[in-house]
Design a binder for this molecule. Structure first.
Ligand code: NAD
Ligand code: MG
Length: 395
């Protein structure tokens, strides 16, 4: 029986993973090792009982008593806190879903790779902050990383049977997010509710706002470079409002392989779960005659400073991806709390990268987990200071 663990089981990707696992037979078809969650203890306990998990872990130590109480009388072990999450990743499992949001997803992913698991990677922050480290761990332990981000799953599928040397360009599609049709001058006044109204994808709160600011696409450009090892100049971004083409690979003979499907994460999660086979999945089928048209437009650099910053990070290397991601996470916290304007998030990230310029280095090959964690910590402190500074107009 195949064994599996899900990190971030109670989130948007986590829930959709659990849905596919239940449809495939749940605890009768898989040995479920670990499930982890954040604050939604009730849901974590419910999943752990249903899937007969060996261990359930919540992120906050303060949630342990409730988790224990809710799982009383079951065989599920309980634990709490970041170290317990990392220890849960030490328990061998054949397939591990990495679906924690943010930099907190890095450590459990690395620990799972160390026992040779197949890591289904939704947590793009892992590759942005520590791509070379993650790839080296996978290679050292004979582990495999499968992309779950829909764009990267699309690219991965468009590369099946092809020679990577024949790739000329990778074209990442972006929906443009909730604010794509707003006038540029209005963006500075966009609220959290405005940025959360995503036209196509139902996702976690943080990634939905990152979609509106294109910080999500910026992370994905870096993720593409780290995962597929292509030159940054080969990576393009195009706005495709329908979100039906999930990304494309262009080859040197001019052919473009596009991956199409309904905007439903269960496709890429299911592809990673069943790889290298394809299983039937409960996703809507496209009616192309009804869709009739697909549209594309180039992203306006003035609206999306995040895309320019991603290029700078890729040129800079070193620990700049760590600082970029940490500053973005802190800026997003301040936006969510109402203390920072929508467009000011990009300013904060840029100012953090400038402030830390002397500490970022330029060599990524020798980075260690400790370097990554230290820079993450430092960048969060600087970003907090910068985000609290008075700022005209963008607030
Ligand atoms: P989410 O916010 O819905 O869920 C995140 C999960 O992580 C929850 O289980 C939460 O409890 C847990 N969590 C949050 N902070 C934690 C911490 N500090 N320590 C431990 N656990 C913590 O997020 P999501 O939208 O499911 O996204 C998860 C990851 O997948 C992100 O990296 C995101 O970029 C990526 N992703 C998501 C989608 C999507 O459709 N939602 C698509 C592509 C990629
Ligand atoms: Mg994506």
């Amino acid at each position: 029986m195949r064994s599996l663990s899900i990190f971030g089981a109670t989130g948007s990707v986590g829930e959709q993973t659990v849905d596919l696992i239940r449809r495939a037979g749940g605890a009768d078809a898989f040995r479920v090792v670990a499930l982890t969650g954040g604050r939604n203890i009730a849901r974590l306990a419910e999943m752990a009982r249903d899937l007969r998990a060996e261990v359930a872990v919540c992120a906050e130590p303060s949630g342990l008593a409730e988790l224990r109480e809710r799982l009383a009388g079951s065989a599920v072990q309980v634990a709490a806190g970041p170290e317990a999450i990392a220890e849960a990743a030490d328990r061998p499992a054949d397939w591990v879903m990495s679906a924690i949001v943010g930099a907190a997803g890095l450590l459990p992913g690395i620990r799972a790779l160390r026992h040779g698991a197949t890591l289904a990677l939704a947590n793009k922050e892992s590759l942005v902050t520590a791509g070379p480290l993650l790839m080296a761990e996978a290679a050292a332990h004979g582990a495999r990383i499968l992309p779950v981000d829909s764009e990267h799953s699309a690219i991965f599928q468009a590369l099946v049977g092809e020679d990577v040397a024949a790739v000329e360009r990778i074209i990442l599609t972006a929906s443009g997010g909730a604010l794509r049709d707003w006038p540029l001058e209005a963006l500075a006044r966009a609220t959290v509710a405005d940025a959360l109204a995503h036209p196509n994808w139902a996702m976690g709160q943080r990634i939905t706002i990152d979609s509106a600011s294109m910080f999500n696409k910026a992370l994905e450009v870096i993720e593409t470079r780290e995962f597929f090892g292509v030159d940054p100049a080969q990576i393009e971004v195009i706005i495709h409002p329908e979100s039906l083409i999930h990304s494309m690979v262009g080859y040197r003979d001019g052919a473009i392989m596009a991956h199409m499907g309904a905007p439903d994460m269960r496709h890429s999660i299911g592809y990673a779960l069943n790889w290298p086979e394809r299983a039937e999945l409960p996703v809507a089928r496209l009616d192309l005659a009804q869709i009739a048209t697909l549209t594309f437009r180039a992203p306006d650099p003035a609206r999306y400073p995040a895309l320019r910053l991603a290029r700078e990070v890729m040129a800079r290397r070193g620990l700049s991806g760590v600082a970029f991601n940490a500053a973005k996470e802190v800026a997003l916290d301040h936006f969510l709390a109402g203390g920072l304007g929508f467009m000011a998030m990009g300013c904060v990230v840029e100012e953090v990268l400038e402030a830390l310029d002397g500490d970022l280095g330029s060599d990524s090959a020798t980075m260690t987990l400790e370097d990554v964690q230290a820079m993450d910590h430092l960048a969060r402190i600087r970003a907090g200071e910068i985000a609290r500074m008075p700022r005209q107009e963008s607030r």
